[in-house]
Design a protein around this ligand. Structure first.
Ligand code: ZN
Length: 292
């Protein structure tokens, strides 16, 4: 190609030209890459945030079931028992795993507990506690703990209630949106529960309850309600709330639902509970959640 040998100066010029070409092409390539990255960020986040470049390999996302050793569990507690004995029987027929919570001093508080215990149902004491004003429209329960009571009055009353309902393994609050907001008020209740070797479940009836936190602080085995099943006494509503309970259990491993002895709640449980196994979810007695 060349007819004569290149001089040293010409070699130097050729080498410089080659280096320049390499530098320019490198700059062009870098700009092109940067432009592409900016475009993809703008597309995915509306240009508001800078997204880090996607990793070349993302590990496969495992379904939640694979992440946990055990299947999700739910507990269903039916409150306000003690009026009608037949309701505990009906709940046992649906599933013995349904926990019942019995109010003290009602005509059937004791017999409901005795019969339920014979059938193998789990029983809680349902402790009436003072609600906020708007709930006082409902008739107040016998034995209701009031904010104005002294610690020794509360201790005495709880002592009576704990022996009024036999075979209990724990206790939860009936109403109490006012009472459970006071640490001073819940302290003597929880101490009595602790002395009896029972556990406490906060029904969470108000946004300011300190009952669960106080129980944990005292070292009492404690749980708190996640879902209310029947704020509306309507079967479809309760079915929806039961599905929500299952969804929550899939997310966090377990969930607690509280319902009441309404016909619509019983009908919804009758329909929903037998389907649980097919959904890979287990119904457990509420005390079993303490072991998780
Ligand atoms: Zn209640």
């Amino acid at each position: 190609m060349f007819k004569r040998k290149l001089s040293n100066k010409e070699w130097l010029l050729a080498a410089l030209a080659l280096v320049s070409i390499l530098i320019v092409s490198h700059i062009v390539l870098l700009r092109y890459r940067k432009k592409n990255r900016t475009e993809s960020t703008t597309k995915s986040a509306g240009g508001l945030q800078v997204k880090p470049p996607a990793p070349l390999f993302s590990p496969p996302v495992l379904p939640e079931e694979y992440k946990r050793e055990r299947k999700p569990v739910i507990a269903v507690v039916i409150d306000d028992l003690g009026y009608d004995e037949a309701i505990a029987d009906k709940l046992a027929q649906i599933n013995l795993g349904i926990t019942i919570s019995i109010l003290p001093y009602l005509p059937n508080s004791q017999t409901t507990a005795q019969n339920a215990h014979k059938r193998g149902q789990e029983i809680l004491l349902h402790i009436p506690m003072e609600p906020l004003d708007e709930e006082k429209l409902y008739p107040l329960q016998p034995g209701m703990l009031l904010l104005e009571m002294s610690a020794s009055q509360i201790r005495r009353e709880i002592g009576r209630q704990l022996s009024a309902v036999p075979h209990i393994v724990g206790a939860n609050n009936h109403m109490g949106s006012l009472f459970t907001g006071s640490r001073q008020a819940v302290l003597p209740v929880l101490e009595q529960i602790q002395n009896q070797g029972l556990f406490f479940m906060d029904s969470v009836t108000g946004p300011h309850s300190v009952a669960y936190d106080t129980a944990v602080e005292l070292g009492i085995p404690a749980l708190q309600r996640d879902i209310f099943l029947d704020d509306l006494p309507d079967k479809d509503y309760t079915l929806h709330q039961l599905a929500l309970t299952v969804k929550l259990a899939r997310e966090k491993g377990s969930a607690i639902a509280i319902g009441h002895p309404h016909l619509s709640t019983i009908e919804a449980l009758e329909e929903f509970i037998p389907q649980l196994e097919g959904q890979g979810v287990e119904l457990v007695k509420v005390s079993q959640l303490l072991d998780l």
